[in-house]
Design a protein around this ligand. Structure first.
Ligand code: ZN
Length: 252
């Protein structure tokens, strides 16, 4: 067994015995791992309080063979997540980031860019940036980096460009927008404005430095949420747990 090092975000921590925790971590270099932290619940723990959910830490762990839990040997706290102000939405959004990282990624499948995006998102939420926009930016970035980005401007079936005005069909099961010819016979098709699709395209652009200045009005946000909520629910095979807590935010 080789000792591996990485930065990691704590996604989950579950009591394992009177003294130990089983943690799910999203590491920058090794992707998601499940690890046993022996003694983590002791008063004088070798991990201090580095294993709180949403904390960023630097870890050392022993990589076990397939199936077995890895063994965490060190965790040094780099940053704890503290939401800005007294609003709970920032905290819910941070838990949602953890939920999506846990549900959309596989163990041992590293995605350093996704790690950096999650880290940046938590920093933004802690700094009190507008939550709804941060969530959309993270969702679209995560979908792109994991190869699930929906097609927003070309028909997902035949690649024909779709209308740039009015309403466009979006196939929740078809990987994106559909042209008039391809939409026939499809189920779970929603209608979305071309304007909302344009905003999503801008929000998804990884090279964009201007996305933080994009104003998303309530109607457009409602449309974007309709598309993303359905799309992500289909991808996971169930509704993300945090959607119910974030729902009020999306109704603004
Ligand atoms: Zn088509």
């Amino acid at each position: 067994m080789v000792a591996e090092k990485s930065d990691a975000l704590v996604l989950r921590a579950v009591e394992f015995s009177e003294t130990s925790l089983v943690v799910t971590l999203f590491t920058r270099d090794f992707g998601k791992i499940g690890a046993l932290a022996k003694g983590a619940r002791r008063l004088k723990s070798p991990f201090e309080s580095a294993l709180d959910v949403l904390a960023l830490c630097r870890i050392v762990f022993l990589h076990k063979s397939s199936g077995a839990l890895d063994l965490l040997t060190e965790a040094k706290l780099l940053r704890r997540f503290r939401p800005a102000g007294r609003e709970l939405f920032g905290l819910y959004a941070a838990y949602y980031v953890a939920e999506l990282l846990g549900e959309l990624t596989d163990e041992g499948d590293p995605h350093p860019e996704l790690f950096d995006l999650a880290d940046e998102t938590l920093l933004g939420l802690a700094a009190g940036e507008p939550v709804a926009r941060r969530v959309v930016r993270f969702e679209l970035g995560a979908l792109r980096l994991l190869g699930h980005m929906p097609s927003l401007q070309q028909c997902a079936e035949c690649s024909a460009p779709v209308a740039t005005a009015g309403r466009v069909a979006f196939g929740q099961l078809d990987g994106g927008v559909l042209c008039g010819r391809c939409r026939g016979g499809k189920t779970q098709v929603v209608s979305v404005t071309a304007g909302a699709l344009r905003t999503m395209t801008q929000m998804a652009d990884p090279r964009s430095r201007t996305w933080q200045r994009i104003e998303i009005d309530a109607r457009t946000l409602g449309e974007i949420r309709g598309v993303l909520n359905g799309y992500i629910t289909n991808l996971l095979g169930r509704k993300p747990r945090l959607h119910q807590y974030l729902g009020l935010l999306w109704r603004y």
